[in-house]
Design a protein around this ligand. Structure first.
Ligand code: GLU
Length: 497
């Protein structure tokens, strides 16, 4: 199929609900989505739930939620339907049976009656002989009569593929070029299990064929399954789709990305305060690039330029620091209203329990611009701004002091500041800044000393957002109360001397 026939592009994301999707899974989903959108094709979501024992409750919901969070909308699949459904493999069992039976009928597959105990023993012996564990093909040679005898004895067989014993299987991978496997290294793999479910190989090719999938784009770990799939397509007389295996994702130490490198489930990144815009941009660059230097790209720009030529063969490195940097850039680019709406749920989750909920949106609206410059994640909002919300910040009173300025001097300066602040009408930066600067001069005090004491008094910290804006956002009443409390603390400090 040629890529110049855009409407023919039909790609799929085919997750198994065996766990919460990690960044690698969602990178695969996203590359398929981008490819479909770039060529005006269809993005199909298919749920591969044939491994009943490994199915995890809640995993399907987590898959849908991850896709929704990144706005990777599917054209066909669960919830939306489509002309090639059902899109859940456990609802398609007759199709797999039909294909498996046809393969048996036409001599490409056979029933295997070997018991799990026999297979177990066989594997143990092979391991002992340092041979790769594989089926010894005992049932491959059963005659039809022998097979029906066994069938009547009540043993439920599996169906195995009659893999050619010699020769090579070659296919073209759109990213890696020509790939060849020696058939002798492939097993007589199972197509239908004794529980009536198909294996991944059987279900995958029946569905890719019947759903008219044009391109199979998936992680590199599936490359070794592809020769089996190619042989199956051939045996069934079907045209295989095009294959593209995406590069692995490694941690900065170049080992396979895992928990050791931080969160791997996509939803954990949402909980950690990453924006979906950041994730789309960041995941796109895990294996694809526009020109090897552009880091910041909007979803639209990525869709516009997303072609397979720009996918690399070499593994992608997942760099958490880059992700945080990128998220900071996206946070800074948000309109204040937008940022406010996004941080409220994080603040409500993370602020100390004593802070009354729901928070006032108007108040958060004043605080959001003050933390916008510094937050790299939405989850940092609470820690950067908790002093705005607590009744009184707790701090070491020594932080109110500066070198060579004792508690009395600071208390005195704060006292005079308090009197002045009481008199001002509009408690805003434009008024506060000149007033406090001239007050420092009047008191013969370095601005750093006075402002430092005021910062600690109003925020409980020595490093906080710009002082005057912070005071404005806190409002007159809170500031006055906190300065009074600071004077009190200084009095105690003086007495304790
Ligand atoms: N169900 C497989 C998975 O969980 C799909 C592999 C494929 O895309 O063929 O990744």
């Amino acid at each position: 199929m040629s890529l110049t026939e855009p409407s023919n592009v039909r790609v799929r994301y085919a997750p198994s609900p065996t766990g919460y999707p990690h960044v690698g899974n969602i990178r695969t989903a996203m590359f398929n989505w981008l490819f479909a959108r770039h060529y005006g094709g269809r993005f199909v979501l298919r749920i591969e739930d044939t491994d009943v024992a490994r199915t995890v409750p809640g995993a399907l919901e987590a898959i849908l939620e991850s896709l929704r969070w990144l706005n990777l909308d599917w054209d066909e699949g669960p919830e939306v339907g489509g002309g090639y459904g059902p899109y859940v493999q456990s609802q398609r069992l007759p199709l797999y049976h039909e294909a498996a039976e046809r393969l048996v009928r036409e001599g490409h597959a056979y029933y295997c009656f070997c018991s799990p105990e026999r297979l177990e023993q066989m594997r143990a012996e092979q391991t002992k002989r340092k041979e790769p564990p594989r089926y010894d093909r005992l049932c491959r040679c059963l005659t039809t009569d022998q097979a029906s005898d066994k069938a009547t004895s009540g043993v439920i067989p599996v169906v195995r593929f009659k893999t050619p014993l010699e020769g090579l299987t070659t296919f073209t991978d759109l990213i890696r070029g020509e790939v060849t496997f020696d058939n002798a290294t492939l097993d007589d793999f199972v197509l239908l299990k004794s529980d009536g479910y198909p294996t991944y190989h059987m279900a995958s090719i029946v569905d890719d064929h019947s759903m008219l999938i044009s391109h199979v784009m998936r992680a590199e770990e599936w490359l070794s399954s592809t020769p089996r799939h190619v042989l199956l397509y051939r045996a069934l007389g079907w045209e295989p789709p095009q294959f593209a295996h995406l590069p692995m994702i490694l941690g900065p130490d170049r080992s396979k990305l895992s928990k050791r490198h931080g969160a791997t489930s996509l939803i954990e990144y949402r909980e950690a305060g990453f924006l979906p815009e950041t994730m789309v941009n960041f995941l796109a660059l895990l294996g694809w690039s526009l020109d090897d230097k552009t880091e910041l790209l909007s979803r639209e720009e990525i869709v516009k330029s997303f072609t397979l030529e720009h996918i690399s063969k070499t593994p992608a490195i997942f760099n958490r620091e880059k992700l945080e940097w990128m998220n900071g850039v996206y946070i800074r680019s948000l309109k204040v209203e937008d940022l406010t709406n996004r941080i409220i749920p994080f603040l409500e989750r993370d602020l100390p329990p004593g802070v009354p909920r729901p928070l006032s949106r108007d108040y958060v609206l004043k605080i959001a611009p003050l933390i916008q410059e510094r937050a790299r994640t939405l989850a940092e909002a609470a820690q950067l701004s908790d002093f705005f919300f607590v009744v009184e910040p707790h701090y070491d009173p020594a932080l109110l002091l500066s070198k060579n300025t004792g508690p009395d001097d600071i208390a005195n300066a704060l006292h005079i500041t308090l009197e002045r602040l009481r008199t001002i009408e509009s408690f805003d930066t434009a008024r506060l800044e000149p007033m406090l600067r001239s007050l420092a001069a009047e008191l013969g005090m370095k601005t750093g000393v006075l402002f430092g004491a005021l910062r600690t008094a109003t925020t409980g910290r020595t490093a906080a957002p710009p002082l005057f804006q912070t005071m404005e956002a806190l409002g007159k009443d809170r500031c006055l109360r906190r300065i009074e409390a600071a004077i009190d603390l200084l009095g105690r400090l003086e007495r304790a001397k």
